[in-house]
Write a protein that binds this ligand. Sequence first.
Ligand code: 4GX
Length: 237
Amino acid sequence: MLASPLQESILGKAVERGLIEIRLVNIREFASDRHQTTDDRPYGGGSGMVMKAEPLAGAIARARAADPPTRVILLSPQGRPFSQRLAWELSRERHLTLVCGRYEGVDERVRCHCVDDEISIGDYVLTGGEIPALVVVDAVARLVPGVLGCSESPAEESFANALLEYPHYTRPEVFEGHPVPEILLSGNHAAVRRWRRQQSLWRTWQRRPDLLKEADLSDEDRELLAEVVGGDAGSGS
Ligand code: 4GX
């Protein structure tokens, strides 16, 4: 579930080039019984299984010893919402340890005493923490210097000014009867910049007014938005 996606594409290349290092730990190695049991029935009864404390704690202790200092993060729907801001924060850590739970969750004592942080990738329920961990690895790795080419640098997308992207087009000029906006063919770079900014503002206003409230818009931004939405530009409603 983890090894194969981590070998692909930009992430795989970053690993090959030694820009990031990713190690997988199988918690079964830290189980003490013959069947390598990592889950058990919940105290107090009820359905579902709970991940046992000892194997998880053992695996986390190994990670802390191998890579000091490391920030140990549990992926779970109860965690802090993951965001670009948090991705930037994590990209500045020397080491991260991402703990993937299954079943109904992990023994509460692991959460309280072995983990530094708890992160959720969104308000939906998955079958395990592996895909959330991949999401975090992907979002953080692309912020590590050198992982992206310099032409696709993440520097501008910091978050203070987080608007949605403007629409992108490439050849052909007409696709199934739909032409590319004329302004993009005009060669007028100032006008293209203005149009793109306006599209970003408009899209964000239409689709994510919550983001627009956080963005610090310039006077020119407000004018650009007012041109397409009328008088209430920047009100976020
Ligand atoms: N964003 N899941 C974790 C099991 C679990 C539950 C509680 C630890 C504590 C999820 C998400 C997510 C499903 C991963 C339940 N482990 N994780 N798993 N959304 O839905 O991060």
